[in-house]
Design a protein around this ligand. Structure first.
Ligand code: PDD
Length: 277
């Protein structure tokens, strides 16, 4: 199995993490997860634009263009003969003796990427998933796809402990997003999702979903909504690169709608599948 290290294809067994890597010590870095369908990268431009924006937000210099990185990823897909799956990639600020301030002068970032196959049609997509509601305790730059994921993983673990798939987070009663997904609701045939502010990651799947609404005459708005609206919504669904569009059938033990995936969610799932086929 091959991986990318600093732009070069290499063997997975050749990679070692340095204990002074700032990603390891501080979570000082950024990442992306990109889906591969039928050997092709899906929405890679959007993901790589977001990668560059995340890097810029934390003043991390990436020594490649988006086009060069896309080339590396395509090469990796070929080397690993990946048909359907994902690519995980991350850049850290590099290896330097521990000091909160950035290394001066700047050092080379450390860039790693690997592939993982995903076998298609999950049971969750058909049956829907159970969730919990939890307070959003994260920082105020959730728009950056940062390696710092403590708030996210604590929320996800709370869900896992409750036997649930995802934790839906709220700040002072306003629903933000899942621990590793965006969340949208449907009320009276209208899709509502949190606007792309600093309080959420502007998911690429979220953007694809909104585009599908637009192109197919499904009313939508990027507006905040409360936990009350969430609990009373006709339908609730998640979106993410790995989960695609996933119906939420339960929140804190209470059924969403009639407790089965609703018609708008199923329609969007179908449109999404057509998009990636
Ligand atoms: N998670 N919000 C958060 C906090 C996320 O971590 C993710 C993605 C999303 C959805 O973004 P996108 O549609 O671009 O995947 C929203 C990735 C898949 C992960 O961490 O594995």
């Amino acid at each position: 199995e091959k991986v990318i290290l600093n732009g070069k294809i290499t063997l997975k067994t050749d990679i070692k993490v340095d204990f002074e890597d700032r990603g390891y010590q501080f979570g000082d870095g950024i990442y992306e997860v990109i889906r591969v369908y039928n050997g092709q990268l899906f929405t890679s431009k959007e993901h790589l634009n977001r990668l560059m924006a995340s890097a810029k937000s934390i003043s991390l210099a990436i020594p490649f263009t988006a086009g060069e990185i896309e080339g590396h990823l395509q090469q990796l897909i070929q080397e690993n003969q990946l048909e359907n799956g994902m690519i995980y990639m991350q850049f850290t600020r590099g290896v330097s003796p521990r000091n909160h301030a950035f290394p001066a002068p700047a050092i080379d970032s450390v860039y790693v990427a690997y592939t993982k196959p995903i076998l298609h049609s999950s049971e969750n997509a058909t049956a829907g998933v159970k969730t919990i509601l939890t307070e959003d305790i994260r920082w105020l730059r959730c728009d950056i796809k940062s390696l710092n994921l403590l708030g996210n993983i604590l929320a996800k673990q709370k869900a896992a402990d409750a036997g649930c798939f995802e934790a839906l987070q709220h700040r002072d009663g306003i629903v933000t997003e899942g621990s590793s997904s965006n969340v949208s609701i449907v009320i009276n045939g209208k899709v509502k999702t949190h606007p792309a502010t600093n309080l959420i990651l502007n998911g690429i799947s979220r953007q694809v979903m909104l585009g599908l609404c637009k192109d197919n005459g499904i009313p939508f708005s990027e507006q905040t909504y409360t936990t009350e609206e969430l609990l009373q919504a006709d339908e609730v669904f998640l979106s993410s690169t790995t989960a695609e569009i996933l119906p939420v059938i339960e929140i804190d033990g209470k059924a969403v709608g009639n407790g089965t995936p609703g018609p708008f969610t199923r329609k969007l799932q179908k449109l999404f599948q057509d998009e990636v086929a």
